[in-house]
Write a protein that binds this ligand. Structure first.
Ligand SMILES: [Zn+2]
Length: 99
């Protein structure tokens, strides 16, 4: 009886260990593509200042900030001042992100 009790218990432990390892593996798999995305975004960001010199289209896409507008530090969207929720160390946060 004692051994019967022990056997399933060990299996459970093995199972949970396996799933943790699986989760870790899945996480690692998930992480690598997102790192690639970050790198792609960073590359785009680096290209912008240089491209600014030649193309006006890019500066139109970036949307110049108006005096009564601000760029949210969290969603990076330009909002009207009325949507400004708070300012944290010079970083303006819109009401959507503050909610
Ligand atoms: Zn925001």
């Amino acid at each position: 009886m004692a051994t019967d009790y022990d056997a399933p218990r060990k299996n459970e432990e093995d199972l949970s260990e396996d799933s943790i390892e699986e989760l870790k593996a899945r996480r690692a798999e998930k992480n690598s593509p997102s790192v690639d995305e970050d790198e792609a975004e960073a590359a785009e960001g680096f290209e912008l200042p240089g491209a600014d010199l030649s193309g006006e289209e890019l500066s139109v896409r970036v949307l110049p900030r108006q005096a009564d507008e601000f760029t949210c530090a969290k969603c990076f969207l330009v909002h009207h001042r009325s949507q400004l929720a708070y300012e944290d160390q010079g970083q303006l946060v819109c009401s959507e992100c503050a909610a």
